[in-house]
Design a protein around this ligand. Structure first.
Ligand code: PLP
Length: 356
């Protein structure tokens, strides 16, 4: 049976990436060595890192002001590493919160300085993105979560700010074109839309660094990582390699405009299906619906386990909503084929006919 991988992360990757990564475990580029046993300071790995960095710059159309880093850990590491490097004890950072990840980021920032919550959509169960808000003029930065993986909302137009804009893009990185040069700082754990778990991609505009007075541990210091070219210590070699392959795949498929076209087609189909069937209840504000994670409910909660059971029988993986939200969550990352969305939509239609 063909499996349809709707996992929220780690999640679906392109088949060719998996095949190339498997081959590289046995023999990396004809070296006779596995990617798992080559040195990180060899020309072989340097070429991988160089291509990964160049691909990020190409896809995001970044100028020379921005550096690209591949660092250890998940996005959760960035929740503390960002304020450690960017927020002084007595200074204030602005956080715009639309769900659990933004909330966690703000909690970590408060360990390092003052935090002003400029918006929090918890008043409506995080089902929308608040667009009316003001940022303290002296704020060191504004932090947003571009896509709320758990709640199913996404920024479709990034806010205008006079302060540096920082974004957690873990779950929608490389899903669409945008003016990425506007951002002072972007980070993403790789395991949702660009690779394997264990590595973070960081895009940083150099001028925001070096302004805090605290002492920063070497491994946490972005400036030192830039100086070392992401090779301060042993990087997660295999995870960086899988990211490089995924970035190469995105470029070969047509880059971010093509990713957006596919993502829009998949999301349109799914949301249209939800909207056309009264058995399914969407809760997210239409204008804020995520291209990546669709969250919805069944109008009769007793039918939810029944629907989930049918999904399982049809080989549809990972559609149970997040534990604090409940309901259904269908994740549709770049590598998810349109045919998988078609499959779950026809199951939804069939289910509605039988139970509606
Ligand atoms: C998954 C996720 C995280 C947490 O990532 P880890 O790599 O597990 O630390 C943070 N932010 C967003 C938006 C996410 O989707």
């Amino acid at each position: 049976m063909k499996l349809h991988n709707f996992n929220s992360g780690p999640s679906v990757l392109p088949q060719t990436v998996m095949e190339q990564a498997s081959q590289a475990i046995l023999d990396f580029n004809g070296t006779g060595l596995s990617i798992l046993e080559i040195g990180h300071r060899t020309t072989h790995f340097q070429a991988v890192l160089d291509e990964a960095i160049a691909s990020v710059k190409q896809l995001m159309d970044l100028g020379d002001d921005h550096d690209v880093l591949f660092l250890h850990g998940g996005a959760t590491t960035q929740f503390m590493q960002v304020p450690m490097n960017l927020l002084d004890d007595q200074a204030t950072a602005a956080y715009h919160i639309n769900g659990i990840w933004g909330k966690k980021a703000a909690t970590e920032a408060a360990l390092f300085g003052k935090v002003t919550i400029v918006a929090d959509s918890a008043d409506r169960q995080n089902t929308y993105i608040q667009k009316e808000f003001s940022i303290p003029e002296a704020a060191s930065y504004l932090h947003i979560t571009s896509n709320n993986t758990v709640e199913g909302t996404q920024w479709h137009q990034f806010p205008e700010t006079s302060v540096p804009l920082v974004a957690d893009m873990s779950s929608d990185i490389f899903c669409r074109p945008a003016n990425y040069n506007r951002f002072a700082f972007i980070y993403a754990g790789a395991q949702k839309n660009m690779g394997a778990a264990g590595v973070n991609m960081v895009v940083v505009r150099k001028d925001v660094l070096g302004k805090v007075n605290r002492r920063i541990p070497t491994i946490m210091d972005y400036q030192k990582h830039i100086a070392a070219g992401s090779l301060m210590n042993t990087p997660p070699v295999f995870a960086v390699y899988v990211s490089m392959l995924t970035l190469r795949w995105i470029i070969q498929e047509g880059g971010l405009p093509e990713m957006e076209k596919r993502n829009q087609a998949k999301a349109n189909l799914l949301y249209q299906t939800i909207d056309s069937l009264p058995l399914f209840t969407p809760t997210v504000a239409k204008e804020d619906r995520s291209l990546m994670n669709a969250v919805f409910f069944l109008n009769d909660p007793a039918l939810e386990p029944v629907f989930l059971d049918e999904c399982k029988k049809e080989g549809m993986i990972g559609v149970k909503g997040y534990r604090t939200v409940g309901g259904i969550r269908v994740s549709m990352y770049n590598a998810l084929d349109q045919s998988s969305v078609e499959a779950i939509c026809s199951l939804m239609q069939d289910f509605a006919r039988r139970k509606g």
